[in-house]
Write a protein that binds this ligand. Structure first.
Ligand code: OGA
Ligand code: MN
Length: 291
């Protein structure tokens, strides 16, 4: 078997389908490097037919670096490992969570364009999402290339925003979808995610490519007054989510999709909640704050 990358959004050089690898098999450094380089190049990698359990997903994910632990680990969950986020509408007892439950109303925030864990002091560099059970229709995930978004800004706007710092907060993005974090977060969760600063423009240390970093967790830009900050963020988000920068992923069970959280934004799409949707995410921690 030899590993092959097929670009999907070829016009932008964004997202690639990867074939010729079984992610359950042990990988040495030489086997892993093409995958890391592929992620640097394409921003999103799609693997089909990967029969991974929690341990297998964790073992493969660790090639990218240390894994984050889920901030929802204090809740009753259907997963065994703190390194797994269970992105699902299925409760531990097998029933489907109602749409107005705390669990579903928290998860609704995933439907806004965002980068995972940008609300943590040290934000994620990559996420790996594995589909276990998918609805027959809907429930896609969309990705947008933030390197191409940066490249498309005028030189004037690039010069203006280079060096700016955004304030990121999980409570902010959850509030935008009607979730009251003050009321619903556990004390340990509130303590874990106070608002944090992050550079508005990220740079990949290996390729030097720059990328916009202004997803839904950003509540404002430090040093600008609110009207100016809101106007700039609205302009940047329009730029960031243009359809030609996107990749739309319709899931099949067994898909593993990896994305670079410093180079892309993503959002989940709705589906009919009478169908089960069970996804497992591992998240690779960065090695330092970005601002
Ligand atoms: C995530 C996420 C969206 C989806 O797992 O980080 O945003 O479609 N998921 O489940
Ligand atoms: Mn996400």
């Amino acid at each position: 078997m030899s590993i092959t990358f097929r670009p999907i959004n070829a016009a932008v050089g964004f997202a690639a389908e990867v074939t010729g690898i079984d992610l359950r098999q042990p990988l040495d450094r030489n086997g892993f490097l093409p995958i890391r380089d592929g992620l640097d190049e394409y921003g999103v990698l799609v693997f089909h037919g990967q029969d991974l359990d929690e341990e297998g997903q964790i073992a493969f994910s660790r090639h990218f670096g240390e894994l984050e632990i889920s901030i929802r680990r204090h809740r009753p969950r259907a997963v065994a490992h703190d390194e797994i986020s269970d992105i699902t509408n299925v409760a531990p007892d097998g029933s489907i969570y109602p749409l107005d439950s705390e669990h579903m109303s928290y998860n609704l925030g995933n439907q806004l364009w965002h980068a995972d864990s940008s609300f943590k002091k040290i934000p994620a560099i990559a996420s790996l999402l594995h589909a276990r059970d998918v609805p027959p229709l809907g429930g896609a995930t969309e990705f947008a290339d933030q390197r191409a978004a940066w490249d498309g800004l005028t030189a004037e706007t690039q010069a203006r925003i280079d060096g700016m710092v955004g304030l990121h907060s999980l409570a902010h993005s959850r509030a935008a979808m009607g979730y009251d974090a003050k009321e619903k977060f556990l004390a340990a969760e509130t303590a874990e995610v106070p608002p944090v600063p992050q550079a508005l423009v990220q740079t990949n240390p290996r390729t030097g490519r720059r990328a916009l970093y202004a997803g839904a967790h950003v509540s404002g830009i430090i040093g600008l007054d609110k009207p100016e900050s809101d106007a700039l963020l609205a302009e940047l988000r329009d730029q960031a989510t243009q359809t030609h920068l996107q990749y739309h992923h319709d899931w099949q069970a067994g898909d593993l999709v990896i994305w670079d959280d410093r180079a892309t934004l993503h959002r989940g799409r709705p589906w009919d909640n009478s169908y089960r949707r069970v996804m497992r995410r591992t998240t690779v921690a960065g090695d330092g704050p970005t601002a």
